[in-house]
Design a protein around this ligand. Sequence first.
Ligand SMILES: Cc1cc2nc3c(=O)[nH]c(=O)nc-3n(C[C@H](O)[C@H](O)[C@H](O)COP(=O)(O)O)c2cc1C
Length: 379
Amino acid sequence: MPRPFVDLLEAARRRLPRLLFDYIDGGSYAEVTIRRNAADLDAIALRQRVLRGVEELSLSTPLFGHELSMPLLLAPVGFAGMYARRGEIQAARAAQAAGVPFCLSTLSICSLEEVAATVSAPVWLQVYLLRDRGFCADLIERAKAAKCAALIFTVDMTIPGARYRDLRSGMSGPGGARGAAMRAWQGVTRPAWLWDVQLRGGRLRFGNIPPGVVADTGFGGFANWFARNIDASLTWKDFTWLRERWSGTILVKGLLDRDDARAALAAGADGIIVSNHGGRQLDGAPSTVAALPAVVGEVGGRVPVLADGGVRSGLDILRLLALGADACLIGKAWAYALGAAGEAGVTELLQTLRAELAVAMALTGCTDVREASRELLAR
Ligand SMILES: Cc1cc2nc3c(=O)[nH]c(=O)nc-3n(C[C@H](O)[C@H](O)[C@H](O)COP(=O)(O)O)c2cc1C
């Protein structure tokens, strides 16, 4: 039987160096919003219904002209090629086999071209609007050449969230000899990971960022380049820059507020992803499940509304659908699964989520996932 979320999380904890596990697992400041995402989902009681003829269930979900095998996408997750060798490719393969989209982060280890050449399903590409607009314009052209299904414009990263766990773990501190020794020790005490990623994987770099863009192609150089390039001056007017270059689907990812949803629609977004970046940006922000109904109300069915944050089970997927999401995304869950067991781990996770969603549908009397509504919630 495929392992559930919590077992894959624990397996990732055992297999990954601490700095990588903590990078996936952690969030900003006191990690209040991470806990809220999960706790608020847990608090939603589903309405148990019986004897309603639930032998035939349909999980199939239409989205922007694509047919998803279930209402789920793999969210963009940076650095995934460090959790397992060529990690983005392994995850994209598992997503394709399960019939769900894979969203590639700009900050991936495997390049867009490498992923697109490996899977036949179109990749959904996450982009930032960076100060280096030349880089962004090139990436959009590359997305056209790779026949990406959609761009996901992340709007909640115009300033970095402070992640204290990363400072302590070795991910972003401490520097100097002490930091280097800490990182080396974490690597040697995780031999399976060390062999798979560091020794067999060759030199790791961010595949979407051409060497010409930054002078220093080491991780520190890229991190400094990214920090210099995220742009706190962005406004909704900048959406036009993106629209002029990409006529296909653009989803805006990372809003929680109904007024921002209205602005996104006015700017011309084709879809909205209600997200607090998995609690990695504004600590103290509401959980996504708490924010979702107001955004859904504001959007009023004009464009699809997706949501992520704290999804650990098929029950959580059904909870978000009941509150109005058209589909949801998982971030940490697939990153743990990849870190635990590569492609097989992500496949296991997707099988588990699908089976859990089916059971949750059957026991709430919901035979078609497209019809999930507030009727599924216990009052
Ligand atoms: C390790 C990690 C890296 C992430 N990197 C990105 C990224 O590069 N771009 C982005 O838009 N979101 C990124 N996210 C946020 C996810 O896309 C998603 O919004 C979030 O993980 C959802 O919450 P969950 O982790 O509770 O499922 C990242 C999340 C994690 C856990």
